[in-house]
Design a protein around this ligand. Structure first.
Ligand code: AMP
Length: 608
């Protein structure tokens, strides 16, 4: 059966898992870490860096290091969330040609999906190195509250990364899958998921024989750990301003250092009650004096700075239960997901609200990727009994006259699903109808997310109200929307694509896929060159080290002297090949080097 990987593409960190011998396993990266920072950067020399290596250089290369791209994916440039991101990011966020968001690094413009694709590609490489072969298929998780544009853009990112994304699943649902996997439980669970950038709450019923049914889901795609960090940054900036009259925000490098320090302090305060933030030489004063920032922050201060953020999550939980017509007492288990749930105040608030301690058995950083791997393997295995029934987080509808929104598929409907509506012409002899498809819960259309618009043309000329068009709205298991329309009289089908998606045109997408593929081939070739060179150098060094001993041992026999002479020839040719840097040439000598090293080892071991 073809391997499928599960990827948790996080705002702050990403994680990849795979099913191994029937159980889900997280795959560590080359550094041995089970999660990889969702960061990418471009160095002065034009080199792309992803993961830990990008994070390590973020302070000195802040303007060309992208973090939290997930907050921008599938969003319109004009959205308030993007305005907020522009104010808090050291890298340049610009408007794309389709009102979408683009990122400028060292004079080059990237789509957000393209940046996310680099993170996904890194996760693919981590999996391939571990599994020893290429990996094509993946299940990628998204926050349950992502709308169609954000899902489509994530899928596009997968395609750019060279992945066949067989399913997009919701993060809290994935967490519940991993929690219930192999346990044959029957219970109602709440998954509270607070990560680096997003908050989600989902209520699920886990039924007999592996049936996972999502009852309700809600969230906020702009509420997460980054907001907690921002509060600490504000506190530090204001304190510094009061003391020295200098606004640290004006200095991008200082801002990046503050960001790192704020996040570090926040995490430390989950384990200790007080910590010191110490940033020497943060900026120069007007008189060219070096100024330092040194402040002690207590857990209480952090909690006070962020209390409304915690409260916002609890309000969303309360509303979700109400919408699902459930009481707190109906929830039999609470599962915490996301790095932020390590904060004691959050654990306390959740426990206070539900009146029960959250489940201890799941790892908040790994559980989502594990669930994605479980779902991936279930999708490939036709014999599996597991069934996952998820819901759409937003009402899907259309804009009607007067700018009002009319819902067609309500929020929390189980997906996949479809509904049809009959539209008629509103004017005599009208030959075209324009339909705007949107998602959201507001009565006013402009408050909702526009997914796309389409025009039905070629309608028969007739008095108003006589031409009927059957429009079908569909949400697939990925939560992705498609729309089709049929002229009821002629039966003629209109091909309609809801095109807003990631803001990338098909042509741009194709170019990005080709470019990423080319870069991947180059990367693999250069890794192969490096690995071959290192292997040859390792063998040469071993033979060199054993040479004097072997020479001494075999000195008395002609056969032995011949062998060492031959080894000298092999060594000199191999050295020349390594010097030339030609991989193919080095490879030609690897076998001979390996044989010589084995023979030398044998001679030394056999001699007392
Ligand atoms: P995730 O998106 O699930 O990787 O969560 C990342 C967020 O969790 C970031 O904002 C981190 O700063 C935060 N986080 C990680 N560890 C801790 C901790 N020990 N205490 C508080 N927040 C944490």
């Amino acid at each position: 059966m073809e391997r499928v990987i599960g990827i948790d593409l996080g705002t702050t960190n990403s994680c990849v898992a795979v099913m191994e011998n029937g159980s889900p396993t997280v795959i560590p990266n080359r550094g041995g870490y089970k999660t990889t920072p969702s960061m990418m950067a471009i160095t002065e020399a034009g080199k792309k860096l992803v993961g830990h290596i990008a994070k390590r250089q973020a302070i000195t290369n802040a303007e060309n290091t992208v973090f939290a791209a997930k907050r921008l994916i599938g969003r319109k440039f004009s959205s308030p969330q993007v305005k907020n991101a522009i104010a808090t990011s050291a890298y340049r966020i610009v408007e794309g040609p389709h009102g979408d968001v683009r990122i400028q690094l060292r004079g080059k413009t990237f789509g957000v999906a393209e940046i996310s694709a680099m993170i996904l590609q890194e996760m693919k490489v981590i999996a391939e190195d571990y599994l020893g072969g290429t990996v094509q298929k993946a299940v990628i998780t998204v926050p349950a509250y992502f709308n169609d544009n954000q899902r489509q853009a994530t899928k596009d990112a997968g395609a750019i990364a060279g992945l066949d994304v067989i399913r997009i699943i919701n993060e809290p649902t994935a967490a519940a899958l991993a929690y219930g996997f192999g346990k044959d439980l029957e219970r109602t669970v709440a998954v509270y998921d607070l990560g680096g950038g997003t908050f989600d709450i989902s209520i699920l019923e886990i039924g007999a024989h592996g049936v996972f049914r999502v009852v309700a889901t809600a969230g906020d795609t702009f509420l997460g750990g980054e907001d907690f960090d921002a509060r600490v940054i504000d506190w530090l900036v204001e304190g510094f301003q009061q003391e020295h009259g200098i606004d640290l925000r004006q200095d991008r490098m200082a801002l990046q250092r503050l960001k790192d320090a704020a996040e570090k302090a926040k995490c430390e305060l989950s384990a200790t009650r007080e910590t010191e933030i110490n940033l020497p030489f943060i900026i120069s004063s007007g008189r060219n004096e070096a100024l330092h920032l040194q402040r002690v922050i207590s857990r209480e201060t952090l909690e006070a700075l962020c209390s409304d953020l915690v409260e916002r999550t609890v309000d969303i939980v309360r509303q979700t239960l109400e919408d699902a017509q459930l009481g707190k007492e109906d929830i039999e288990e609470v599962i915490l997901v996301g790095g932020m749930t390590r904060m004691p105040r959050i654990q306390e608030s959740v426990s206070e609200f539900f009146g029960r301690e959250p489940c201890k058995g799941v790892h908040p950083d790994e559980v989502v990727a594990l669930g994605a791997a479980i779902q991936g393997s279930a999708l490939m295995d036709t014999k599996t009994e597991m069934v996952l029934l998820d819901v759409t987080p937003h009402t899907l509808g259309i804009l009607t006259q007067g700018g009002n929104f009319r819902g067609i598929i309500p929020q929390n409907t189980t997906v996949p699903t479809s509904r049809s509506e009959i539209f008629t012409t509103s004017r005599d002899n009208q030959t075209a109808v324009k339909i705007l498809v949107m998602q959201g819960e507001h009565e006013k259309g402009d408050q909702n997310e526009l997914l796309g618009e389409f025009v039905l043309t070629g309608l028969r000329k007739a008095p108003k109200g006589q031409v009927e068009i059957d429009v079908n709205f569909e949400i697939n298991a990925d939560g992705i929307v498609s729309v089709s329309a049929k002229d009821m009289e002629t039966g003629q089908q209109q091909a309609i694509q809801v095109t807003a998606s990631s803001g990338l045109t098909q042509q741009e997408l194709k170019q990005m896929i080709d470019a990423a593929q080319g870069e991947m081939l180059e990367r693999r070739a250069s890794e192969d060159t490096e690995a071959t060179k290192q292997e040859a150098q390792r063998l040469i060094a071993e033979i060199d080290r054993l040479f004097p001993q072997v020479e001494q041992i075999v000195a008395s026999s002609d056969f032995g002297r011949d062998a060492t002479e031959k080894a000298r020839g092999i060594l000199s040719k191999a050295r020349a090949a390594v010097q030339s840097g030609n991989t193919a040439q080095i490879k030609e000598h690897l076998d001979a080097l390996g044989r010589t090293a084995r023979m030398f080892r044998g001679v030394v071991q056999k001699t007392p």
